[in-house]
Design a protein around this ligand. Structure first.
Ligand SMILES: *Cc1c(COP(=O)(O)O)cnc(C)c1O
Length: 428
């Protein structure tokens, strides 16, 4: 045990207590042994075969590389409805889509709890974001609040799906349609949302943006996709994103190129193509792991899911949770969550705090125009949410059991000592 910490432990000095709790943060053995977890992107020797295929092709770039064309085709087949264009990143896909719809109006309605990379392209396109709050269950855009904002000047609504959640929000979609605003879905974290997920139907959208970056389901390095039924948007991808090569193989300089050169990386495309073959299995293991873990921790007081446990179609990129600090006698700020996360991490559980601020506070050009206090759910979630990463294969049920055990040990300590526990943990 750390000697410095023990000075603060008058209330925690009986031998029985220590044995009972054995918190790793206080010197006990961590529950999850180091190396027991395989971190995403779960590298495998076979990925080298995908890279070798590119080398053997003798060409390391070109948008019309057969590997890229195959990947686009395979993703279209997997989704079953849309047309697909590979581009350089998920951010590029969002930019291209916003650029395409920008003539409809200069305002874009989106959620205040959001990934900066999803919102940055609004400004890149010369548009202005209009923020609304999120719901407390799925961390998706509050659809009534969004619908209230639609009107003259609103060209699009950008619906971000976080953590693998499906943000269906049918009312927001129909309200946007009625007011002539484009619907754009950022499904960078929710690849399953490009399939039919609304009682067998597809979500009602004009365009979806997907990321293939190393942290996402396709775990492919740097890659993104524009996904749509709109043929003109598919054409627009090349206009915005290619400078010196075209899809038909010409070495043409596009007269309307903005010069972004958002070409897909062929090496990443080859990895993504390989992973797509196992995507269905990957998603099923993620969902199963999420289900197993939730069953084992759902009775812990003060703990709530930030996903829908009954949604069999969600993509479970990470396993998002929030706590009610008051359940442990804490105030409403981030202290309780930060304490819980620190204790779980000490147990070896792969838990992380992702965002801590509303999205506008990450974007210097617009930070001063918006106030966190106007978005109460966003603030509450940012103070209380965290997620368990590493729920993808090859991690299996036994690993989920270790995570759950870590939660149970931490919860026991929390209930025994309440806020006093952070007195111990902050001095270590
Ligand atoms: C990853 C991500 C993006 C950006 O994708 P990149 O490929 O990294 O550019 C956009 N939105 C969300 C929600 C993301 O998670």
């Amino acid at each position: 045990m750390n000697g410095h910490a023990s000075n603060n432990l008058e209330f925690y000095n009986s031998r029985e207590d220590r044995q009972e709790m054995d918190l790793a943060l206080l010197g006990g053995e961590p529950i999850v042994p180091p190396k027991r977890i395989t971190p995403w992107p779960a590298t495998q020797a076979e990925h080298l075969d995908a890279l070798r295929e590119v080398v053997d092709s003798g060409r390391y770039h070109r948008v019309n590389h057969p590997i890229v064309a195959d990947l686009e085709q395979n993703l279209e087949t997997w989704a079953g409805k849309w047309r697909v264009r590979a581009v350089g990143s998920g951010t590029a896909a969002i930019h291209i889509e916003l650029d395409y719809f920008k003539d409809r109006g200069e305002h874009v309605v989106t959620a205040a709890l959001n990934w900066p990379g999803a919102v940055g392209p609004i400004a890149i396109s010369g548009l202005q974001p209009v923020f609304v709050d999120v719901d407390m269950n799925l961390v998706g855009i509050d659809q009534e609040a969004a619908a209230d904002k639609f009107g003259p000047g609103v060209g699009a609504v950008l619906i971000t799906h976080l953590f693998g959640n499906n943000i269906r929000v049918p009312h927001a979609r129909s309200a946007a349609r009625a007011r002539g605003a484009a619907v754009i879905d950022d499904v960078c974290q929710s690849i399953g949302a490009i399939k039919a997920i609304v009682n067998g139907a597809y979500i009602d959208t004009d365009a979806l943006a997907l990321s293939g970056n190393g942290a996402k389901h396709l775990g492919a390095g740097e890659l993104g996709f524009v996904i749509t039924e709109d043929k003109d948007l598919i054409e627009h991808v090349d206009a915005v994103s290619l400078t010196s090569s075209s899809r038909n193989g010409d070495r043409a300089f596009s007269p309307c190129s903005a010069g972004y050169n958002y070409r897909p990386n062929v090496f990443s495309s080859s990895i993504a193509k390989m992973r797509l073959g196992n995507l269905e299995t990957q998603l099923q293991v993620r969902r199963d792991n999420g289900k197993i873990l939730w069953e084992m921790i759902r009775d812990l007081p003060g703990l709530f899911p930030l996903f829908d446990p009954s949604d069999c179609d969600q993509s479970m990129l990470n396993f998002p949770l929030r706590i009610e600090p008051e359940a442990f006698g804490f105030g409403s700020g981030p202290a309780a969550r930060d304490t819980v996360v620190k204790m779980l991490q000490a147990e070896g559980a792969p838990v992380l705090v992702w965002l801590r601020k509303p999205v506008f506070e990450y974007l210097p050009n617009i930070a001063d125009d918006w106030k966190a206090a106007d978005f109460p759910n966003t603030v509450k979630l940012l103070n209380t949410m965290f997620y368990v990463s590493e729920i993808a294969p090859p991690n299996e049920a036994e690993v989920m059991e270790l995570y759950a055990e870590a939660f149970h040990r931490v919860w026991k300590a929390l209930f025994k000592f309440g806020p006093k526990i952070s007195g111990i943990t902050t001095t270590i």
